[in-house]
Ligand binder design. Sequence first.
Ligand SMILES: [Zn+2]
Length: 595
Amino acid sequence: MSYLVLARKSRPQTFDQVVGQRPVVQTLRNSILRDRVAHAILFSGVRGVGKTTLARIMAKAINCSAESENRPCDACPSCKEIRSGASLDLYEIDGASNRGIQEIRELKEKIRFLPTSSPYKVIIIDEVHMLTTEAFNALLKTLEEPPAHVYFMFATTEIHKIPITILSRCQQYELKRVETKELYAHFEKLAKGEGFNFEPAALSLIVRESGGSVRDGLSLLDQMFSFGDTTISVADVSEVLGLVDREVLTALTKGLLEGDKTAVFQAVHTVFNFGLDNKRFLEDLLAQFRNLLLCKIDGCSPLLDIPKDELIAFQEIASSYTSETIHLKLSLLMQLADVLKQSSQPRLALEIAFLKIIEATNVVPLSSLLGHLQEIMPGLPATSTMQAQAVPLQEAPPKKKTELPPVSTNNQRGSRDSSTPVAQRSPTKQPPPRQNTTSTGEAPPLPPEPEDLRPSPGPVKGHGTKDPKRDWAEFLEFIKADTVWMATNLERADSISHKVAGEILITFSDGLNCSLLQQKDNQQLLTKFACDFFKKPLKVKVIVPDIDNTLDESGVDSPQKKRQQLLNEQMVMIATEIFNGQVGAVRLTSDSRKR
Ligand SMILES: [Zn+2]
C-alpha cells in the first residue's frame, strides 16, 4: 500500500479549493473570464503558500474546454491530463536543477512547435530565481515576444534575485502567508477526512508551527497521522514535533514577569529534560513577550494572528504588567539570544540570564509613580523636615489633568502621551527655571475689567465676590481639586497680600519653596485659577525677597547647610534607594529652619 502524502493528496485542483490568497485568486479568475491572461506570470511568496499550485490551476484553466466561468473544470480531458501529469503540453521545470543556458535553449526548441492536444503550451518554472544570468538572457528574448501559443508561469521565493528586465515582462502576484483562521479550518477539515480528531489547542499548535505555509502544516499533520492515536492532544504534538509545551512557556513567561525564581528554574528544567533546541525555545519565548507587548499597545491586538483563546490568555497576563516592564524584559531576552549563540554551557547561560531578567524589577511609569507619591505626600508626618519634592524626569508628562508640575516648558499641559519609565538610575536634573528667580511671572493678557454695576452682595459664602485674603484657604482648596502640587506649594507661602487692586502678591522667604511656581507656565496656570475663582481679572505675583540667607540672625544653620544635613539623613537615603532615583531638591519649611 502506498501512502500519498497529504500535500499531494489535498493539492487544490480548482480556484475554489485554494486556501487563502483570495485577492490573487479573484484576479486570476477574472483574467480567465475575460480572456486576458498575460503570457508571463510570476508568483512570489514564501514556501508552501500555493505558488506552483496556482500556476498549475492556471495551466488547466487556460486549456480547459469548459465554460469560462467554470474553468478549470477539473473534468474535461485537458484538465484530467494535466492533473495526472500526462499532458504533453505542460512543461514543469525546476529552476534549481535546470538553471543553465543549455536547458533554456532546449526549452525554447520545444516551444517552437505547436501544442499537441491542448490549445496552448504552458511552461512552469519553479524557483526561477536560480537561473543563471545567461539563462535569464536567453529567456528574455522569448519573453519579449512570446509565441501566441505559449504561456509562462514562474514561481519564486526570492523575487529580489530576478533581473528587473525579466520582472518587467511578467505580471506579478505576491502570495501572502495564509492566515491562522484559514489554516485552522483547512487542517481541521483534512484531519476529519482522514479520521483524526485533534484537541483544538493541538491543532492551534500545528497551525502556529506551519508559519502560514500550507505545505509545512500538511507535513506536520502527516507526522501526527503516523504517530498512532486517532485522538491527538497538545502533549502529543509537542512530543512529536519537539516543541515546548505552551503551558511550560506560559509558566516561564509568568515566572519571569512575576519574579518567581522557582517557576523559572522548573521551566528551564523541563525544557532541558525534553532535549529541546535552545534557539527554537528562545524564539518561542520571545514570541510570547512580543504577543504580550502587542496586547498592551492600543489597537495592536488584531495584529496578533493567533487563535482567540490564546489572545484572551495573553491579554489576561498582559493586563497585570506595564508595557514598560514587558518591553524591558523583552529587550533583555533579545540580548540573551546573542549570549546563547556563543555559550558552551547554554543551560547555565540561560539560567543566569533569567535571574538577571527576574532581578530587573518591574517598571512603573514615572507618571504613575509620581501620582502615588502625590497621594501619600499629604499623609507624611508633619514632623518630617524634608518635603519630598518629586522631581520628575524631564520628559515625564503629566498623566491626566495637572497632577504634576510641568517642569519643562515644552511640555504640553494635559498631554496624554505615554510615560517615561524609570528603568534605571538616571540623572534627574530639574531644568533651570526659565525666568529669573526674582521675576514675577507675567500674567496672560487679561480682558478689560468689567464694571461691576451690581450692588455689593456682601460676604456670602459660595456666592458673590471672594476676597483673596479672606478666602485664601478656600482658594487653595479650589486649586487642590485640579493641581495638588500647586496648592501644597502655596501653603508654604509666608504671606499673601492684596493691597493693590487686581494684584495678589505671594511672598516666599525661601526661593526653593516656590521654584516651580515661578515657572512661566505655572504662573499662568495660577493666574488662571485666581481669575476663575475670584471671578475677576487678577495678576498673581510670586515674590522672593532678595535677602542673604547664609546666616540667620538667630544663629541657626544656614539653609544650605541644613539642606545638606537633610540629604544625608538615613530616611532620605533609603527612600532614594527604594525609588532608585535621586533627590531633586530639598525644601525647608519655616518650621524646620528654626530648628
Ligand atoms: Zn477542464
